[in-house]
Design a protein around this ligand. Structure first.
Ligand SMILES: CNc1ncnc2c1ncn2[C@@H]1O[C@H](COP(=O)(O)OP(=O)(O)OP(=O)(O)O)[C@@H](O)[C@H]1O
Length: 139
């Protein structure tokens, strides 16, 4: 549960912005640790998503990674996030970003994907494009 800022109140993945002189993967591992206190050994890129909003001039480019083990630590609540486990059959899509129900099931079944989601404001999804990407093909 994101406690502050963009997407506040929604159940969300751990993540955030890449810093100068940092790879995207290093940023994902750093944000995971900062927001959950979990330290993953590595991470594998599984999807790329572009988000646009009519109300925001910037385009958001999001890389979705799977955390690889061994994973050290226990999930802890932090200033930014309140972690919570859900059974796959009980994921609360209605309390998440409107795009998540389209791509998270693919992620969970191990399918790689590329997507574009166009939002009006933060609550209205206008249209989307979603393609699966075969193993071995560049994302
Ligand atoms: C629009 N539809 C969306 N659907 C699903 N997930 C979305 C999302 N939009 C943003 N996200 C995710 O939300 C996290 C915080 O993103 P974002 O606001 O950039 O970062 P955050 O405020 O934490 O940044 P810093 O920690 O300050 O770097 C990050 O995991 C990002 O993947």
């Amino acid at each position: 549960m994101k406690k502050r800022g963009f997407g506040q109140g929604k159940w969300n993945g751990f993540g955030g912005k890449v810093e100068t002189d940092e790879t995207i993967k290093a940023a994902a591992l750093r944000e995971l640790e900062e927001e959950s206190c979990l330290k993953a050994s590595d991470a594998e890129l599984r999807g790329k998503i572009t988000f646009t909003f009519l109300t925001i001039p910037e385009v958001l480019k999001v890389h979705v990674f799977e955390a690889l083990g061994p994973i050290k630590g226990e999930p802890q609540e932090t200033e930014e996030m309140k972690p919570q486990w859900y059974a796959e059959s009980e994921i609360p899509y209605e309390k998440m970003w409107a795009d998540d129900k389209y791509w998270l099931p693919l992620f969970l079944e191990g399918t790689r994907f590329k997507a574009l989601f166009e939002f009006d404001d933060e609550s209205t999804l206008l249209r989307y494009d979603l393609d699966t990407v075969p193993e071995g093909e560049e994302l």
